[in-house]
Design a protein around this ligand. Structure first.
Ligand SMILES: NC(=O)c1ccc[n+]([C@@H]2O[C@H](COP(=O)([O-])OP(=O)(O)OC[C@H]3O[C@@H](n4cnc5c(N)ncnc54)[C@H](OP(=O)(O)O)[C@@H]3O)[C@@H](O)[C@H]2O)c1
Length: 268
Protein backbone atom coordinates (compact mmCIF):
# COMPACT_ATOMS: atom_id res chain seq x y z
CA UNK A 1 0.00 0.00 0.00
CA UNK A 2 1.04 3.59 -0.65
CA UNK A 3 2.47 5.20 2.48
CA UNK A 4 1.77 8.88 1.78
CA UNK A 5 -1.34 11.02 1.79
CA UNK A 6 -0.80 12.01 -1.87
CA UNK A 7 -3.82 11.51 -4.10
CA UNK A 8 -3.37 8.03 -5.54
CA UNK A 9 -3.18 7.88 -9.33
CA UNK A 10 -4.48 4.38 -9.94
CA UNK A 11 -6.92 3.06 -12.47
CA UNK A 12 -10.41 2.85 -10.97
CA UNK A 13 -10.33 -0.95 -10.70
CA UNK A 14 -7.02 -0.80 -8.81
CA UNK A 15 -8.21 1.69 -6.22
CA UNK A 16 -8.53 0.35 -2.68
CA UNK A 17 -12.00 -0.24 -1.28
CA UNK A 18 -13.30 0.91 2.12
CA UNK A 19 -16.54 -0.18 3.77
CA UNK A 20 -17.90 2.01 6.59
CA UNK A 21 -20.87 0.66 8.51
CA UNK A 22 -23.63 3.17 9.35
CA UNK A 23 -22.16 5.77 6.99
CA UNK A 24 -25.11 7.59 5.43
CA UNK A 25 -24.58 10.62 7.68
CA UNK A 26 -22.61 12.19 10.53
CA UNK A 27 -19.17 10.68 11.32
CA UNK A 28 -19.57 7.72 8.96
CA UNK A 29 -20.37 9.99 6.00
CA UNK A 30 -17.36 12.19 6.81
CA UNK A 31 -15.11 9.10 6.75
CA UNK A 32 -16.60 8.02 3.41
CA UNK A 33 -16.07 11.45 1.84
CA UNK A 34 -12.51 11.83 3.11
CA UNK A 35 -11.59 8.32 1.93
CA UNK A 36 -13.16 8.93 -1.47
CA UNK A 37 -11.21 12.16 -1.82
CA UNK A 38 -8.04 10.21 -1.06
CA UNK A 39 -8.74 7.77 -3.90
CA UNK A 40 -10.72 5.01 -2.25
CA UNK A 41 -13.74 3.35 -3.75
CA UNK A 42 -16.31 3.35 -0.98
CA UNK A 43 -19.17 1.18 0.22
CA UNK A 44 -21.75 3.16 2.18
CA UNK A 45 -23.63 0.89 4.53
CA UNK A 46 -26.89 2.07 6.09
CA UNK A 47 -29.98 0.72 7.77
CA UNK A 48 -32.79 3.34 7.80
CA UNK A 49 -31.01 6.28 6.18
CA UNK A 50 -31.26 4.88 2.65
CA UNK A 51 -32.08 8.21 0.97
CA UNK A 52 -29.10 9.98 2.52
CA UNK A 53 -26.85 7.05 1.56
CA UNK A 54 -28.03 7.12 -2.04
CA UNK A 55 -27.65 10.90 -2.27
CA UNK A 56 -24.10 10.63 -0.94
CA UNK A 57 -23.25 7.83 -3.39
CA UNK A 58 -24.72 9.81 -6.31
CA UNK A 59 -22.57 12.82 -5.40
CA UNK A 60 -19.41 10.69 -5.20
CA UNK A 61 -20.19 8.78 -8.41
CA UNK A 62 -20.64 12.11 -10.20
CA UNK A 63 -17.18 13.16 -9.02
CA UNK A 64 -15.69 9.78 -10.06
CA UNK A 65 -17.64 7.11 -11.95
CA UNK A 66 -18.22 3.70 -10.31
CA UNK A 67 -16.57 4.76 -7.08
CA UNK A 68 -19.39 4.49 -4.52
CA UNK A 69 -21.94 1.80 -3.71
CA UNK A 70 -24.74 1.55 -1.15
CA UNK A 71 -25.68 -1.53 0.84
CA UNK A 72 -28.69 -1.29 3.16
CA UNK A 73 -29.04 -3.85 5.92
CA UNK A 74 -29.80 -4.11 9.60
CA UNK A 75 -26.69 -5.51 11.25
CA UNK A 76 -28.89 -7.93 13.18
CA UNK A 77 -28.40 -10.13 10.08
CA UNK A 78 -25.15 -11.29 11.66
CA UNK A 79 -27.32 -13.53 13.86
CA UNK A 80 -28.18 -15.65 10.81
CA UNK A 81 -25.32 -17.51 9.13
CA UNK A 82 -26.91 -17.44 5.65
CA UNK A 83 -27.84 -13.76 5.79
CA UNK A 84 -24.35 -12.89 6.97
CA UNK A 85 -22.84 -14.81 4.04
CA UNK A 86 -25.17 -13.00 1.59
CA UNK A 87 -24.14 -9.67 3.11
CA UNK A 88 -20.45 -10.56 2.74
CA UNK A 89 -20.97 -11.52 -0.91
CA UNK A 90 -22.75 -8.20 -1.59
CA UNK A 91 -19.83 -6.34 -0.04
CA UNK A 92 -17.23 -8.20 -2.10
CA UNK A 93 -19.25 -8.03 -5.32
CA UNK A 94 -19.59 -4.25 -5.04
CA UNK A 95 -16.00 -3.73 -6.26
CA UNK A 96 -14.39 -7.18 -6.19
CA UNK A 97 -12.21 -6.56 -3.14
CA UNK A 98 -12.06 -5.04 0.35
CA UNK A 99 -9.08 -3.21 1.86
CA UNK A 100 -10.45 -1.34 4.87
CA UNK A 101 -13.37 -2.24 7.13
CA UNK A 102 -14.56 0.54 9.45
CA UNK A 103 -16.94 -0.39 12.28
CA UNK A 104 -18.85 2.85 12.79
CA UNK A 105 -22.54 1.89 13.17
CA UNK A 106 -23.77 2.35 16.71
CA UNK A 107 -26.78 2.77 18.96
CA UNK A 108 -26.37 5.20 21.83
CA UNK A 109 -28.87 5.93 24.58
CA UNK A 110 -28.95 5.93 28.39
CA UNK A 111 -29.88 2.84 30.41
CA UNK A 112 -30.13 3.97 34.06
CA UNK A 113 -30.08 1.16 36.59
CA UNK A 114 -33.54 -0.28 37.34
CA UNK A 115 -34.63 0.40 33.71
CA UNK A 116 -32.27 -2.01 31.92
CA UNK A 117 -33.93 -4.85 30.05
CA UNK A 118 -32.81 -7.51 27.58
CA UNK A 119 -33.77 -5.42 24.56
CA UNK A 120 -31.36 -2.69 25.66
CA UNK A 121 -28.64 -5.27 26.10
CA UNK A 122 -29.27 -6.92 22.72
CA UNK A 123 -29.57 -3.66 20.78
CA UNK A 124 -26.59 -1.88 22.32
CA UNK A 125 -24.34 -4.94 22.21
CA UNK A 126 -25.37 -5.80 18.64
CA UNK A 127 -24.15 -2.61 16.98
CA UNK A 128 -21.36 -1.76 19.40
CA UNK A 129 -19.73 -5.19 19.89
CA UNK A 130 -21.33 -8.30 18.39
CA UNK A 131 -21.72 -7.17 14.76
CA UNK A 132 -18.11 -5.86 14.66
CA UNK A 133 -16.91 -9.30 15.83
CA UNK A 134 -18.93 -11.41 13.40
CA UNK A 135 -18.44 -9.04 10.47
CA UNK A 136 -14.69 -8.93 11.08
CA UNK A 137 -14.55 -12.70 11.24
CA UNK A 138 -16.51 -13.11 8.02
CA UNK A 139 -14.53 -10.48 6.08
CA UNK A 140 -11.08 -11.37 7.38
CA UNK A 141 -10.21 -13.76 4.51
CA UNK A 142 -10.94 -10.98 1.99
CA UNK A 143 -9.00 -8.35 3.96
CA UNK A 144 -6.02 -10.73 4.14
CA UNK A 145 -5.73 -10.84 0.34
CA UNK A 146 -4.84 -7.13 0.25
CA UNK A 147 -3.02 -6.81 3.59
CA UNK A 148 -5.99 -4.75 4.66
CA UNK A 149 -7.07 -3.36 8.01
CA UNK A 150 -9.97 -2.97 10.40
CA UNK A 151 -10.67 0.30 12.22
CA UNK A 152 -13.22 0.47 15.04
CA UNK A 153 -15.02 3.51 16.36
CA UNK A 154 -14.87 3.16 20.15
CA UNK A 155 -15.38 5.81 22.84
CA UNK A 156 -13.29 7.54 25.51
CA UNK A 157 -15.86 6.12 27.95
CA UNK A 158 -14.94 2.53 26.99
CA UNK A 159 -12.15 2.37 29.52
CA UNK A 160 -11.83 3.68 33.11
CA UNK A 161 -14.14 6.69 32.60
CA UNK A 162 -17.68 5.31 32.35
CA UNK A 163 -20.43 7.64 31.18
CA UNK A 164 -22.96 7.79 34.00
CA UNK A 165 -26.36 6.20 33.19
CA UNK A 166 -24.95 4.54 30.04
CA UNK A 167 -23.86 1.25 31.64
CA UNK A 168 -24.86 -1.04 28.77
CA UNK A 169 -23.33 1.23 26.10
CA UNK A 170 -20.12 1.57 28.16
CA UNK A 171 -19.94 -2.22 28.53
CA UNK A 172 -20.50 -2.82 24.82
CA UNK A 173 -17.81 -0.33 23.78
CA UNK A 174 -15.42 -1.84 26.33
CA UNK A 175 -16.05 -5.26 24.76
CA UNK A 176 -15.42 -3.74 21.34
CA UNK A 177 -12.13 -2.26 22.56
CA UNK A 178 -11.03 -5.71 23.74
CA UNK A 179 -12.10 -7.11 20.37
CA UNK A 180 -9.70 -4.66 18.69
CA UNK A 181 -6.81 -5.85 20.84
CA UNK A 182 -7.68 -9.56 20.62
CA UNK A 183 -8.21 -9.46 16.87
CA UNK A 184 -4.99 -7.51 16.34
CA UNK A 185 -3.12 -10.47 17.83
CA UNK A 186 -4.89 -13.12 15.75
CA UNK A 187 -5.08 -11.24 12.46
CA UNK A 188 -1.39 -10.19 12.38
CA UNK A 189 0.72 -10.09 10.31
CA UNK A 190 -1.77 -9.96 7.42
CA UNK A 191 -4.40 -7.60 8.78
CA UNK A 192 -3.98 -4.71 11.23
CA UNK A 193 -6.74 -3.84 13.71
CA UNK A 194 -6.97 -0.49 15.48
CA UNK A 195 -9.48 1.71 17.26
CA UNK A 196 -10.36 5.37 17.49
CA UNK A 197 -11.94 6.74 20.67
CA UNK A 198 -13.89 9.94 19.96
CA UNK A 199 -14.72 12.36 22.76
CA UNK A 200 -17.51 14.65 21.62
CA UNK A 201 -17.02 14.85 17.87
CA UNK A 202 -20.54 15.63 16.79
CA UNK A 203 -23.50 16.46 19.01
CA UNK A 204 -26.66 14.36 18.88
CA UNK A 205 -29.04 15.64 16.15
CA UNK A 206 -31.42 18.32 17.46
CA UNK A 207 -34.35 16.10 16.49
CA UNK A 208 -32.98 13.20 18.55
CA UNK A 209 -34.10 12.39 22.08
CA UNK A 210 -30.40 12.70 23.02
CA UNK A 211 -30.28 16.39 21.96
CA UNK A 212 -28.54 18.65 24.45
CA UNK A 213 -29.25 22.30 25.26
CA UNK A 214 -26.99 25.34 24.95
CA UNK A 215 -25.97 25.26 28.62
CA UNK A 216 -24.92 21.61 28.41
CA UNK A 217 -22.93 22.35 25.26
CA UNK A 218 -21.12 25.18 27.06
CA UNK A 219 -20.27 22.84 29.94
CA UNK A 220 -18.86 20.25 27.54
CA UNK A 221 -16.77 22.81 25.65
CA UNK A 222 -15.38 24.15 28.94
CA UNK A 223 -14.31 20.61 29.88
CA UNK A 224 -12.34 20.12 26.66
CA UNK A 225 -8.74 21.36 26.75
CA UNK A 226 -8.94 22.22 23.02
CA UNK A 227 -12.02 24.37 23.88
CA UNK A 228 -14.21 23.11 21.07
CA UNK A 229 -16.46 20.25 20.08
CA UNK A 230 -14.55 17.97 17.71
CA UNK A 231 -15.59 17.44 14.12
CA UNK A 232 -16.40 14.31 12.10
CA UNK A 233 -13.44 15.30 9.89
CA UNK A 234 -11.10 14.97 12.92
CA UNK A 235 -12.17 11.31 13.07
CA UNK A 236 -11.97 10.84 9.30
CA UNK A 237 -8.35 12.07 9.22
CA UNK A 238 -7.43 9.55 11.90
CA UNK A 239 -9.12 6.73 9.99
CA UNK A 240 -7.05 7.61 6.91
CA UNK A 241 -3.90 7.80 9.01
CA UNK A 242 -4.53 4.36 10.54
CA UNK A 243 -5.40 2.89 7.13
CA UNK A 244 -1.84 3.71 6.01
CA UNK A 245 0.01 3.16 9.29
CA UNK A 246 1.60 -0.17 8.36
CA UNK A 247 3.39 -0.74 11.69
CA UNK A 248 0.49 0.13 14.03
CA UNK A 249 -1.84 -2.58 15.25
CA UNK A 250 -3.83 -3.16 18.45
CA UNK A 251 -3.73 0.59 19.17
CA UNK A 252 -6.52 2.93 20.26
CA UNK A 253 -6.14 6.64 19.46
CA UNK A 254 -8.19 9.13 21.46
CA UNK A 255 -9.51 11.90 19.21
CA UNK A 256 -11.10 14.02 21.90
CA UNK A 257 -9.32 17.38 22.13
CA UNK A 258 -7.86 16.19 25.46
CA UNK A 259 -11.28 15.63 27.07
CA UNK A 260 -10.29 12.27 28.52
CA UNK A 261 -7.67 14.03 30.67
CA UNK A 262 -10.27 16.17 32.42
CA UNK A 263 -12.97 13.51 32.92
CA UNK A 264 -13.49 12.31 36.44
CA UNK A 265 -15.86 9.65 35.17
CA UNK A 266 -19.55 10.24 35.34
CA UNK A 267 -21.69 12.57 33.30
CA UNK A 268 -19.48 15.69 33.04
N1 LIG B 1 -20.88 11.36 18.09
C1 LIG B 1 -19.81 11.41 18.86
O1 LIG B 1 -19.30 12.47 19.19
C2 LIG B 1 -19.21 10.11 19.34
C3 LIG B 1 -18.62 10.04 20.60
C4 LIG B 1 -18.05 8.83 21.01
C5 LIG B 1 -18.09 7.72 20.17
N2 LIG B 1 -18.68 7.84 18.94
C6 LIG B 1 -18.72 6.65 18.06
O2 LIG B 1 -18.42 7.04 16.73
C7 LIG B 1 -19.26 6.33 15.81
C8 LIG B 1 -20.04 7.32 14.95
O3 LIG B 1 -20.80 8.19 15.78
P1 LIG B 1 -22.13 8.90 15.24
O4 LIG B 1 -22.62 9.76 16.35
O5 LIG B 1 -21.87 9.51 13.89
O6 LIG B 1 -23.07 7.60 15.07
P2 LIG B 1 -24.66 7.57 15.01
O7 LIG B 1 -25.13 8.69 14.16
O8 LIG B 1 -25.22 7.45 16.39
O9 LIG B 1 -24.90 6.14 14.30
C9 LIG B 1 -24.36 5.84 13.02
C10 LIG B 1 -25.27 4.93 12.26
O10 LIG B 1 -25.33 3.63 12.86
C11 LIG B 1 -26.37 2.97 12.17
N3 LIG B 1 -26.90 1.86 12.95
C12 LIG B 1 -27.30 1.81 14.25
N4 LIG B 1 -27.76 0.59 14.56
C13 LIG B 1 -27.65 -0.17 13.44
C14 LIG B 1 -28.00 -1.50 13.11
N5 LIG B 1 -28.55 -2.34 14.01
N6 LIG B 1 -27.76 -1.94 11.85
C15 LIG B 1 -27.23 -1.11 10.94
N7 LIG B 1 -26.88 0.17 11.18
C16 LIG B 1 -27.11 0.63 12.41
C17 LIG B 1 -27.45 4.01 11.86
O11 LIG B 1 -27.74 3.89 10.48
P3 LIG B 1 -29.16 4.37 9.83
O12 LIG B 1 -29.27 5.84 10.12
O13 LIG B 1 -28.97 4.06 8.39
O14 LIG B 1 -30.24 3.55 10.49
C18 LIG B 1 -26.73 5.34 12.19
O15 LIG B 1 -26.93 6.34 11.21
C19 LIG B 1 -20.14 5.42 16.66
O16 LIG B 1 -19.58 4.14 16.74
C20 LIG B 1 -20.13 6.09 18.02
O17 LIG B 1 -20.37 5.19 19.10
C21 LIG B 1 -19.25 8.99 18.53
Amino acid sequence: MDTTFETITLKNDEMPVMLVTGSAKRIGAAIIQAAHYQGYRVIIHCRQSVQQAQALAAKLNTAREHSAAVIAADLSLINDVDLLEQFVQKIIHAFGRLDVLVHNASRFYPTPLSTIDHNHWDELFLSNAKAPLFLSQALLPYLKRYQGCIISLLDIHAQDKPFEHYTVYNMAKAAHQMLVQSLALEAAPDVRVNGIAPGVNILPDNSSDQAIDHQQQRRIINSIPMQRIGTPEDIAHTVLFLAKASYITGEVINVDGGRRLTLAGGSD
